[in-house]
Design a protein around this ligand. Sequence first.
Ligand code: SF4
Length: 219
Amino acid sequence: MTDLLSLNKQYQLISPYNRLLHLFNDFAAQDILVTTSFGITSSILLFMIKQVAPKHPIYFIDTTYHFPETLAYKQTLTDLFQLNVITLLPDAEANEKSRAEQLWQSNPAACCQINKVDALQPIKERHKIWVSGLMNDQTDHRKDLSIFEQRNNIIKFHPIIDMAQYDAMLYMTINEIPTHPLLSQGYDSVGCTHCTQAGECRMGRWAQFVGKTECGLHL
Ligand code: SF4
């Protein structure tokens, strides 16, 4: 059984980059799952991965509802950082049903389940640790998360969890990392086209649904 309390204490005192470096020393690479949404702050984790584990697989869930700008940004960062990106698609039949029924309007939780959660599930089952770029100041759910968290059968690892949005932007500027094309249009967070509008922090995500702030992947 992994001692997460002790790991959290050790990793708390070091930088996000060193956390990632230590992770790849402390755990077997084949047990480590990395995902990205190619969203507004995704490039920070990807920039670090490119240095710590250059050829490590990075999974991207293509819900089929992404903005063209997100797919263009995916290509930009993949080329620039020479990333090993693997695109996952939802089950075709279920995805088509979600489109036909416009499920994002009537039942966004079910839509996210089909197009995000279920699409990742088989890959999750093959790994022990899941690295993602969640940050404490993004949602109520995320504000109390630690660097390591046990979630059912997988350990979640959040190397940039204590980085504030301002610091994230500064990090990208200092390292001359290209920003998502929608950032300059007022989008602080970007997901699927149907459920994203311009807005501060994550205010533009599922704005028409009170209380929905997460797709379910990280719950
Ligand atoms: S974010 Fe919206 S469109 Fe995308 S999977 Fe979830 S409900 Fe569906």
